[in-house]
Design a binder for this molecule. Structure first.
Ligand code: AMP
Length: 484
């Protein structure tokens, strides 16, 4: 069996960023810049497909955007006024190159490239059906399921075929496509994953996050709405709403951890949201201490909020090496343990003899917190109080954020007191789910109709987990290991 990354062999996780440009002579260069700004959403592979009015050209590769798109020659070969691009965190091993997006296919109506951020929850089932009907899959990615559904649709136009395909799909997805006529953007009916529209002079931009608009000097226009398809052509933006209306459930973890703090999502600045969550945390879980120290970088805004609300001084008691990637995204446990030490170092001068409040955004397996608490103690801290700016992560995400299996989540095994003991802290507290909603400007979490997807904290999954319920924990089993 081919192993697939940092957790278990049959899990295949995707964390991705998508970007697209229509109507600019340097579409591919702008897309490469946009992907740079989205690099935090996936660091294992990057790809761009461009269209010049006559032909599509593509370049994809393993590694960072800068590993693949720094050369002038590569960008010059990606000619045209339109381009789409993708960054992803995917698997390791030799099978992975065929999964690198954007995927491209020639259809009856012409060429179409697509890439997506998210995860389909019935793609195993759909793949089985398609293979039975004769589809030959080249990759293990969800995106290819969408391509085959488009290919087998009996509808006429690109948009009708796409809609037909997506009506069969369950899951969370933000998709960007490029046909011969249009740049296409769409979000799933609940709008779980983000996608925004921008404008740069006469050109239109689509991006997972608004921070990538800033990097190219584009203006933010609006979020693509939940369940909306936008077709962007020479005539501008055409909006379609082919799905039954549903209450929006944007992913609250984008605000807590995943998005860049300089992005604005669904009307909220990510940075401000994180600070407000830190303030809530200080109100809910105060503690007498000398200093508030963030676990950088993701803990910084929440720690600022905690310090402001509590009046306890904020110090950078831990320094991060910026040339090491996110520890969570390392392939093996051994490397992950090593990675934490490579990434953070204690700033002894600000910790020695102090009662320290450490602020981080989440505890997943507990690896980071355990290492950091130990590091802070070794630097001479008298007391270490851990404060987490999310509720306990007790359930895995099936909608596009990489999380380990449930039994590997610390919060599914232990209560808060036992977790505190596990990580070696004098005390541990998480912001409550109600506190999180208050920080997001909601009076409370409405049971039965919460404003956000918070399944990782509540187990309330808003989109059916069809494959998981059929015993298929993840849909993208390796083709080499599985006959479907
Ligand atoms: P762990 O060490 O397993 O408890 O993971 C918690 C750390 O990983 C925290 O410092 C988070 O900032 C970070 N983190 C949480 N979720 C993710 C994710 N989906 N991908 C990468 N890093 C994450």
């Amino acid at each position: 069996m081919v192993t697939t990354g940092h957790t278990d062999a049959d899990h295949f996780h995707e964390e991705c960023g998508v970007f697209g440009v229509f109507g600019h002579p340097d579409a591919a260069a702008l897309t490469a810049l946009g992907l740079h700004a989205l690099q935090h959403r996936g660091q294992e592979a990057a790809g761009i497909v461009a269209y010049d009015g006559e032909q599509f050209s593509a370049h994809r590769g393993m590694g960072l955007v800068s590993d693949n798109f720094s050369s002038k020659e590569v960008i010059e070969r990606l000619r045209g006024h339109a381009a789409i691009g993708h960054v992803r965190y995917a698997t390791t091993g030799e099978v992975v190159m065929r999964n690198v997006q954007p995927l491209f296919a020639d259809f009856e109506f012409g060429g179409l490239a697509i890439c997506h951020n998210g995860n389909l929850t019935n793609s195993y089932q759909l793949r089985r059906q398609l293979v039975r009907r004769g589809s030959l899959f080249q990759s293990t990615s969800d995106t290819e399921v969408i391509i085959h559904l488009i290919a087998t649709s009996l509808k006429e136009t690109v948009v009708d075929r796409l809609t037909d395909a997506l009506r069969q799909v369950e899951g969370a997805y933000s998709l960007v496509g490029l046909s011969q006529d249009a740049l296409i953007g769409l979000r799933d009916p609940l709008g779980v994953r983000p996608l925004v529209i921008g404008k740069l002079a006469d050109a239109w931009i689509l991006s997972s996050e608004s921070c990538a608009l800033d990097i190219i000097g584009a203006n933010f226009v609006r979020d693509v709405e939940a369940g909306e398809i936008v077709m962007i052509g020479p005539g501008g933006v055409k909006s379609l709403k082919p799905f039954d209306p549903a209450a929006k459930r944007f992913c609250v973890f984008e605000y807590i951890y995943f998005a860049r703090p300089d992005s604005v999502m669904e009307g909220h600045s990510v940075y401000e949201a994180r600070k407000r969550i830190g303030q809530e945390l200080a109100r809910e879980a105060p503690v007498d201490a000398d200093v508030v120290v963030p676990v950088p970088d993701s803990g910084v805004p929440a720690a600022l909020g905690y310090a402001a609300e509590s009046g306890i001084p904020f110090e950078l008691g831990i320094i991060r090496n910026h040339y090491v990637g996110r520890t969570f995204i390392e392939p093996t446990d051994q490397i992950r343990h090593l990675g934490v030490r490579l990434k953070h170092n204690a700033n002894r001068a600000d910790l020695e003899g102090k009662r320290v409040i450490l602020v981080d955004d989440s505890i997943v397996r507990g690896t980071t917190s355990t290492k950091i608490v130990d590091m802070v103690r070794r630097a001479g801290a008298r007391e270490v109080h851990m404060r987490i700016s999310s509720p306990p992560t007790s359930h895995p995400c099936f909608y596009g954020i990489a999380t380990p299996r449930r039994d590997q989540l610390l919060a599914s095994r232990f209560d808060t007191a036992a977790m505190a003991e596990f990580i070696g802290a004098d005390s541990l507290a998480f912001v409550s789910i109600e506190g999180l909603y208050r920080a997001m400007g909601e009076p409370r979490r409405q049971p039965g109709a919460p404003r956000y997807c918070d399944a990782c904290f509540t187990g309330d999954y808003p989109i059916p987990l069809i494959d998981a319920e059929n015993g298929k924990v993840s849909v993208q089993l390796s083709l080499l290991a599985e006959t479907v």
